[in-house]
Design a binder for this molecule. Structure first.
Ligand SMILES: Cc1cc2nc3c(=O)[nH]c(=O)nc-3n(C[C@H](O)[C@H](O)[C@H](O)COP(=O)(O)O)c2cc1C
Length: 151
């Protein structure tokens, strides 16, 4: 029998070596991957009025409940041995091609929740190639959001 020893290149991805993360913020966020964990972190660290405004939904929270139910009902069906080298998730939104079929919805008083506010949202949306919408109750001017998204 001839033994085949794996090469370093074959083994390295399985060992999942990670470069040390220098940013404290990034390290903290890495430890809280699901949104429920992020919510728990936010609840501990955020003043109550700001947390409640962000965490709550409109009136009886009927549409929030429906959205959560719809999301919980999504099932993932694994498909094995399919060619996924040419997946196209882009869609046309308002006459423009966007990378994914969703965008960032408007939020009022955004900088009350996080100091970078709309700039952070618009920058992340631009990096992901998805739309960002600015609330009429936004805390950053249209010009500054546009500049951040075009950087
Ligand atoms: C904290 C917060 C502030 C919001 N502010 C606005 C707003 O100023 N204008 C608006 O049209 N929608 C506002 N919304 C509604 C969102 O844009 C969005 O429609 C809603 O959250 C449903 O989307 P989701 O399921 O992705 O959260 C706000 C939602 C949240 C959670």
């Amino acid at each position: 029998m001839k033994r085949h020893l794996p090469s370093r290149r074959e083994v390295a991805p399985l060992l999942r070596f990670k470069r040390p993360e220098l940013s404290r913020k990034a390290r903290r966020l890495e430890k809280a991957p699901p949104i429920d964990d992020l919510r728990r972190v936010a609840k501990r660290r955020t003043p109550k009025p700001a947390f409640d405004y962000t965490d709550g939904a409109a009136d009886g929270e009927v549409s929030l409940t429906r959205v959560r139910e719809a999301f919980a009902n999504v099932e993932v069906h694994p498909s094995i041995l399919r060619d996924v080298s040419q997946v196209d998730t882009s869609r046309e939104v308002l006459g423009k091609r966007v990378a994914l079929p969703f965008g960032i919805a408007p939020t009022g008083f955004t900088r009350m929740m996080q100091a970078e506010g709309e700039i952070a949202g618009a920058t992340a949306a631009a990096a992901a190639g998805i739309p960002f919408s600015l609330s009429t109750m936004g805390t950053t001017s249209i010009e500054d959001v546009d500049a951040a998204a075009s950087r």
